[in-house]
Write a new protein. Structure first.
Length: 576
């Protein structure tokens, strides 16, 4: 039997939307009703005026993920209508970040600047229908006429210009006959509207700034609120997903679609943006952090940018898993950064090679181990994945262990190395501390003299005796020296922007956000490891080889610790 419903639209009455977030419920219901002929076509439309951050990752996952779930399409579009802040560097970075996260737009890569001529045509159409006019009010005058949120505005004295006069003036604006800022094209809507966005908003302004793509071809540029809905319509977008700050802009989004001759009527749906604890997610503020040199650049591992997270060692899968965990909501809230770090731990736990690294080394000399002898002990690469196999680690008479793994006067429940105490060296032997060598001037411990039990190879005693402490180590003669960068949160407050009256978010910067350790020692297997290689340093955390590494120089970033301590700190701060 013939039907008007496209074959890919699910019309079953028993299709459940339970368990879906509100956006996915809307999409399922609209497809069921046959809206847009059952199509789902989304877009990710960043402005290329900075690097993407973890908040953008949430939008990327939503837009590309939603399209994929419904066998639909998702475009990547640069909303590039402000030539003063946009450039090719940011465009390239955005492309790289979206691809790195695991998404692809096929041949659907667009620029709003591709539509400058069509957008100009829509503006002319609004003038001809009496719904747009050229206004000479400037700066402070515009604000005075717009009024306040609790009182209506006043009509511009230029609001009633004739269609012919407006067309003539707009033509001259495009031709460059007027000074920057001297005139604007405004939509004629309602100066008494309770929604300030509907009080005759500006849709074109004069700005003599070369565009990074179109050069000097234009001296007038369309505003975002005008460009965005019309670009969506030109691309056949069905669902325009954006964050809550655009909720009050939705009537204007719809007004432009209703009053311009467009081929499609997208639906704007707003969701809560990502707010992450101990983090700012404003591109303007992130740019300030870079320009004011609070960080080393957009890719500083303390930054919430995707390039920064990637350099720190976060994986694309962990970020996608995090975005799925936090879900889509209608109300803004602050998400704990501990959730992101936990997603990273869970992913790296399954894939990261285990190695031994000593960050603050103290030398151990095993007095009864033969001088010059070296043996290889077998170490497991990843206990979570047997297929990753094992590796051989060199063991010799002189080792390095972690300084914190020795106490001359150990407290209760301290089970690591101490005078007269026996511990297990991971994968190797039992050793017992016999003597302590100190610097005669400072009194600092510089060497531990120990003995080993040759019968305990592999870390087990044939007589069945037990030791409570197991510590990691590296062979002094074979270890690779490394610089290790330990990162903490960039801000000390859960909400860095909540700094009180007169304060700045930079007042909450954490002076201890980076601790650089030199003279660290790691397994020889890390020699020459390429940038981006990820490891679990046993008992230390997850680490990533940094791009600053070079031949003869190993630089490693700590990605996350093995355990979540910040969740406890956040709870304590919330109670105080």
């Amino acid at each position: 039997m013939a039907t008007d419903t496209p074959p890919d639209v699910d019309t079953r009455a028993d299709v459940s939307t339970s368990g879906l977030d509100f956006i996915r419920q809307i999409v399922v219901e609209e497809r069921r009703a046959g809206k847009h002929d059952g199509r789902v076509h989304t877009r990710f439309p960043p402005e290329p005026n900075g690097y993407l951050h973890i908040g953008h990752a949430k939008s990327i996952c939503l837009n590309f993920g939603l399209a994929d779930e419904h066998d639909g399409l998702c475009n990547l579009r640069m909303d590039d209508t402000n030539p003063t802040t946009e450039n090719v560097e940011y465009v390239k970075a955005i492309e790289d970040d979206v691809r790195w996260l695991g998404f692809d737009w096929d041949d659907r890569f667009f620029y709003a600047s591709d539509y400058f001529e069509q957008l100009h045509g829509f503006a002319v159409q609004l003038i001809k229908t009496g719904k747009a006019y050229v206004c000479d009010l400037q700066g402070k005058e515009v604000s005075e006429y717009r009024g306040l949120w609790n009182e209506p505005g006043r009509n511009s004295p230029y609001r009633d210009r004739s269609v012919d006069e407006n067309l003539d003036l707009f033509t001259k604006m495009r031709a460059g006959e007027f000074a920057d800022g001297s005139k604007t094209l405004r939509a004629k809507i309602d100066m008494a509207s309770p929604n300030m966005n509907m009080r005759d908003p500006t849709i074109y302004r004069i700005r003599r700034v070369p565009h990074y793509r179109s050069g000097d071809a234009w001296c007038i540029y369309p505003m975002y609120d005008f460009t965005h809905p019309l670009s969506d319509a030109l691309e056949g977008i069905t669902h325009s997903l954006c964050t809550l700050e655009f909720e009050d802009h939705r009537p204007l989004y719809d007004w432009f679609l209703e009053n311009c001759d467009v081929p499609c009527q997208p639906r704007q749906i707003e969701f809560a943006r990502l707010n992450l604890s101990y983090t700012v997610l404003s591109k303007r503020k992130l740019l300030e952090l870079v320009e004011q040199r609070h960080v080393t650049g957009w890719d500083d591992p303390r930054m919430p940018t995707i390039v920064g997270l990637r350099r720190r060692g976060h994986t694309a899968k962990a970020i996608r898993d995090f975005c799925e965990r936090i879900g889509i909501a209608k109300a803004n809230s602050i998400v704990s950064v501990a959730q992101l770090e936990d997603a990273v731990r869970q992913d790296l736990n399954k894939r990261a090679l285990r190695v031994m690294g000593v960050l603050r080394p103290v030398k151990v000399v095993i007095e009864n181990y033969p001088e010059g002898q070296v043996e290889q002990v077998e170490a497991i690469n990843n206990p979570e994945d047997e297929t990753m196999g094992s590796r051989e680690v060199p063991f010799s008479r002189e080792l390095y262990v972690e300084r914190s793994d020795f106490r001359e006067d150990p407290p209760k429940k301290y089970f690591r190395l101490a005078p007269g105490r026996e511990v297990r060296l991971r994968y190797a032997y039992f050793i017992t501390c016999r003597d302590v060598v100190k610097d005669p001037e400072s009194g600092e411990v510089v060497e531990l003299r120990c003995t080993y039990d040759p019968e305990t190879r592999g870390g087990y005693a044939p007589d069945g005796r037990k030791v409570r402490g197991t510590i990691h180590w590296v062979s002094a003669a074979h270890a690779v020296e490394a610089e290790v960068r330990l990162y903490d949160h960039l801000f000390t407050k859960i909400n860095p922007e909540d700094v009180g009256e007169g304060g700045e978010y930079t007042d909450a910067l954490n002076p201890a956000s980076l601790d650089t350790l030199s003279g660290c020692r790691v397994e020889p297997s890390l020699a020459g490891a390429p940038a981006g290689s990820r490891y679990q340093f046993e008992r230390q955390g997850y680490f990533c080889v940094d791009a600053d590494s070079a031949e003869g120089r190993l630089v490693v970033n700590r990605t996350v610790t093995l355990r979540d301590t910040w969740a406890k700190i956040e709870k304590a701060q919330a109670r105080s």
